[in-house]
Design a binder for this molecule. Sequence first.
Ligand code: ZN
Ligand code: ZN
Ligand code: ZN
Ligand code: ZN
Length: 406
Amino acid sequence: VRRRGASGVGPAAGPRAPCRPGSGSGSGSEPGPGRPRAAAAAAAALGEAAGPGLPDEAGLAGARQLQLQEAAGDPDAPPKKRLRAAEAAEAAAAAAAAGSGKLEERLYSVLCCTVCLDLPKASVYQCTNGHLMCAGCFIHLLADARLKEEQATCPNCRCEISKSLCCRNLAVEKAVSELPSECGFCLRQFPRSLLERHQKEECQDRVTQCKYKRIGCPWHGPFHELTVHEAACAHPTKTGNELMEILDEMDQSHRKEMQLYNSIFSLLSFEKIGYTEVQFRPYRTDDFITRLYYETPRFTVLNQTWVLKARVNDSERNPNLSCKRTLSFQLLLKSKVTAPLECSFLLLKGPYDDVRISPVIYHFVFTNESNETDYVPLPIIDSVECNKLLAAKNINLRLFLFQIQK
Ligand SMILES: [Zn+2]
Ligand SMILES: [Zn+2]
Ligand SMILES: [Zn+2]
Ligand SMILES: [Zn+2]
């Protein structure tokens, strides 16, 4: 396990990178990122790890060191010995002290996120002691801390971290952008300027779709298998009747999407529409095991008073132990009505937020007896987006209410 988030749950990140030279991984006993890995590797290579009080081992280490020196300088040394020397050289290269490794490779371990050990792809944050965290890990740590009602801390030095205590490290961000980066498909290294084109047009492993996907072929796979598939693809030989069926199915899913937009447009023609910015604030339940929930202050829309509540992972006991994060919400009518109030409602992102929500319209008939909706999913596109909301102080969204009049 390479990740070391406070909860042991790593953030959802991109594809895992393979072992990186110089990061000391693959040995199965990787020292924590808090310790200088390279130095530890070098120490191990030189046998310093044996510790004092073990003269035999210390002597052995000394002998080995001598052996390595000999091997390195002696081209006629037996192959086995030379191999060992090569291994040691590699470890030593990892240590910046040796100075013989490629600069780029040494920089990886210097500039990587101390939580996920990947090179940060976007913003880089640092704790007050200078430990680096990629944006994804940083947000994840803040969200975790909120769920556990704890102060978020740096996994390396345990100092407090927050959006105001930590700052970006532009120098690291720029340095990373100068380093070659890895193709997400074939894992080969490319200068950053060429990577986009390589991933889009040149990579033999990039994911492609069959050219007959418009008539229903679901195949997708690496580019180097595409020609073979297309030559053998059964779709172009299907009869008109068979294709009609496939096309009908494809139309179905389009129709569903169109329905949503059409219903939003028809709602916009209703006589009574109201909308407002709503701010969900975090609270704790008074239960034995407290739970995080969110609630907005009362607000008025359509001349009625309302409150919105939201909860994390449907009040799962320990949402911090799960990588999957969801939010669901409930709309409560706080004022009395003289007649049933039938409404459609819709939560969208607020004007100054960048969370991604796919709109879903919900319906409910509010009466004085039944004045709260069930909890319904807040359709945030994924857990990463959800963590963004949790890490923020408050959640700002916009609520639309459409009164249905018969
Ligand atoms: Zn990270
Ligand atoms: Zn720190
Ligand atoms: Zn590639
Ligand atoms: Zn095909």
